[in-house]
Ligand binder design. Structure first.
Ligand SMILES: [Mg+2]
Length: 253
């Protein structure tokens, strides 16, 4: 992977910023710095200002693991496309599937109450996000033990979910739910975009990078040689510069 702010990286950005480009972003760790308690994330004012400006010039999508309602509270504006629950919530035309995913999660929630009867005592909290469920163990007295009991319980769920591990959290999502990569491709099709630029930092963002789709420019926040993204930013603090570059390219067009 190559640093984005080099002549070669900027040339790639320039080539992808066309009149029909979808600008897609993850939220936590990408638009907002990571904080110890995910409830406390805050999008820096200048990032929000730039995003709103870009959103007025081109289709902007935010694709996040949070529920759409939760994400909207943090964003403070409505992007053209907002997809929640790692791709499972809010894709246009997928309402019927959304309902199936919610029903699956309600079933898993009931099973988990029986499989993990003493969640509060173990320091585990279940977050019902509608189309997916998150099991948090950040505040467990023994995080290793808490994670072990969560993994054991998830293995017994029927039907088996897809597991997405995060920092002090295990997410379960319906196997048929679109992942972030599929979400980007569906949004491109629906918006008639022949290019997309996707920026993210998560394990789930690799679902976009690993598509190897030549019409999607993948940019990872933070260098990671294991990542399949073509380019990287040195950190979340460089989002402002990236957004300004995107806006400048549009203004020049
Ligand atoms: Mg992230």
């Amino acid at each position: 992977m190559m640093y984005l702010f080099t002549p070669v990286g900027l040339a790639a950005l320039h080539a992808f910023a066309t009149g029909s480009t979808l600008y897609a972003f993850d939220l936590d760790g990408t638009l907002a710095p990571i904080v110890a308690d995910p409830a406390g994330i805050a999008i820096p004012d200048e990032v929000r200002r730039c995003l709103i400006q870009l959103n007025s010039m081109a289709p902007v999508a935010v694709i996040t693991g949070r529920s759409r309602t939760d994400a909207l509270n943090h964003l403070g504006f409505t992007p053209h496309c907002l997809v929640g629950n790692h791709g499972a919530e809010g894709l246009p035309g997928e309402d019927a599937a959304d309902h199936d995913f919610i029903r699956l999660c309600q079933g898993w929630k009931e099973q988990l109450k029986l499989l993990l009867p003493d969640m509060p005592a173990r320091g585990i909290s279940l977050e019902d996000k509608g189309e997916t469920i998150a099991l948090h163990y950040r505040h467990a007295p023994d995080t290793g033990k808490a994670r072990g009991s969560i993994v054991t319980a998830i293995a017994r769920l029927t039907p088996a979910p897809r597991i997405v591990s995060g920092i002090f959290v295990e997410n379960i999502t319906p196997r048929d739910a679109p992942h972030k990569g599929e979400a980007v491709e569906i949004l491109m099709r629906l918006r008639g975009c022949c290019r997309a630029i996707f920026v993210g930092d998560d394990v789930t963002d690799e679902d976009v990078f690993r598509l190897g789709n030549p019409t999607i420019l993948g940019i990872r926040v933070g260098r990671d040689e294991e990542s399949r993204a073509g380019y990287y930013l040195q950190g979340q603090h460089e989002m402002i510069r990236l957004l300004r570059e995107m806006i400048a390219l549009h203004e020049r067009r």
